[in-house]
Ligand binder design. Structure first.
Ligand SMILES: *Cc1c(COP(=O)(O)O)cnc(C)c1O
Length: 425
């Protein structure tokens, strides 16, 4: 089933008209297609089946419990980057024994919480972190399982704010330090080296970086085994790109084609941490036009979604397809460039920042007050990054399964906004 498609002049999520949901639950509104979510996970599970991988859905892409539960039920494990995310995995009933924990700044409290929950391994990013894990594990009388995060110095050719595997950014360590720390682990009974971790950046729309990372992994694993390490995991992180504009995303199979042979050559188990690929196109953000205005030679459509809901355009200059829910002109396959009957439009939100926009100079059909707008590809780094900036309550999230509709997060109230604040009177 198509997740989001137009029938008889209006947008549907699976079998449910989007306008009907907006009427019932208000806007802005996040709408997920459950079958799409499951399909994406399945695509990865199938593409990599030959090496029986542990798929750790990356919680930071979208940490809503309703999404995590869908992942858990479909056999996914989880990649977390904070104690809070581990808490969410537990709250969703996830199996913590297959959780991997990445991130450059784990605190002792987070390390202890992870060890108590017997996670699969830490992705370690520095020597001091390794020392901290050893100390906490020692105090608990347990062994800390670690993978060292290698910075492979591979340019994933993605946005400067989302590249992570290139020399000079804060993630991972270079190969010299990697071998040094590996030797240190070998001498320390409180630690066990299980594998090598790399996460190259995101979104990556070619397979070359993964092929290069795979080759690097083979070399490193061989060298480590010579040094006496019982190393048996390669974790290649996440970063698989998706189609934001048209059909630029690759199928999981394409990535598998370059990764699987390397994993087999290294005789290792494979872990992956896909986030965006699974959840990105599973969700739209639906908003309502509040006002339109012409100023400075431009047409502005001001709608009730904002950067506090979806910050990607403001933060990464991201492109999101958007189109009216009940359009007067059918959405073309290519929404970039001039479209007959459409006018160049800036779609902006009500937040008091110039960076509060969803589209600039985009050709869109005429819109008026009250019209509904769908912002596509909003599932990854949307709700997970949403905030209360401008004291805007966070929006409702809806999971659609065929004709079935479930609220997985209710809209915040004004009372919610101040609920945690100490009375200053
Ligand atoms: C962000 C992140 C991911 C997920 O990246 P996607 O592009 O969403 O697949 C995986 N692993 C680590 C360590 C990350 O920081």
């Amino acid at each position: 089933m198509e997740a989001f498609s137009y029938h008889d002049g209006e947008l549907y999520c699976e079998k449910v008209p989007v306008a009907k949901l907006a009427e019932q639950y208000g806007t802005p509104l996040w709408i997920y297609s459950k079958s799409f979510l499951l399909g994406q996970l399945k695509q990865i599970q199938t593409a990599f089946a030959e090496v029986d991988p542990v798929i750790c859905y990356s919680v930071k892409a979208n940490s809503t419990l309703g999404v995590l539960k869908v992942m858990r039920d479909a056999g996914s494990s989880f990649d977390v980057v904070s104690g809070g995310e581990l808490y969410r995995v537990k709250a969703a009933g996830g199996d913590t024994s297959k959780v991997v924990f990445a991130g450059v700044g784990k605190t002792d409290e987070e390390i202890r919480f992870a060890l108590e929950n017997k996670i699969l391994m830490f992705d370690v990013e520095s020597e001091q972190e390794l020392d901290a894990i050893a100390a906490v594990a020692g105090s608990m009388g347990v062994v800390g399982n670690v993978a060292l995060r290698l910075n492979p110095d591979i340019d994933a050719k993605t946005h400067a704010k989302t590249t992570t595997g290139k020399k000079g950014n804060k993630f991972g360590m270079d190969i010299e330090r990697f071998r040094e720390l590996a030797a240190k682990v070998l001498r320390d009974k409180r630690l066990a080296l299980k594998g090598i971790h790399m996460h190259l950046g995101s979104p990556i729309l070619t397979t070359d970086p993964y092929e290069a990372a795979g080759q690097k992994a083979i070399e490193v694993v061989e060298a480590l085994r010579k040094d006496g390490h019982d190393i048996n995991w390669i974790n290649l992180g996440g970063g698989f790109g998706i189609s934001y504009r048209g059909n630029e995303g690759l199928p999981a199979e394409a990535y598998a084609k370059v990764i699987v042979p390397a994993v087999k050559a290294a005789k290792c188990r494979l872990a992956l941490e896909p986030g965006r690929f699974v959840v990105g196109n599973s969700c739209i953000l639906v908003s309502r036009v509040v006002f339109t205005k012409r100023e400075g030679g431009k047409l502005f459509v001001i709608q009730d979604g904002a950067m506090n809901d979806l910050i990607r355009p403001a933060m990464y200059d991201s492109f999101h397809r958007l189109w009216p829910v009940q359009p007067s002109i059918a959405m073309p396959d290519n929404v970039e460039g001039e479209i007959p009957g459409c006018e160049k439009t800036d779609v902006v939100g009500p937040v008091c920042e110039s960076s509060d926009y969803f589209a600039k100079d985009r050709y869109l059909p005429p819109m008026t007050r009250g019209d509904l707008l769908a912002i596509f590809s909003a599932g990854a780094y949307g709700t997970a990054m949403s905030s209360n900036y401008n004291s805007r309550p966070r929006a409702t999230e809806i999971l659609v399964d065929g004709a079935d509709v479930k609220v997985i997060r209710r809209r915040e109230t004004y009372a919610d906004l101040v609920a945690h604040e100490i009375d200053a009177s």
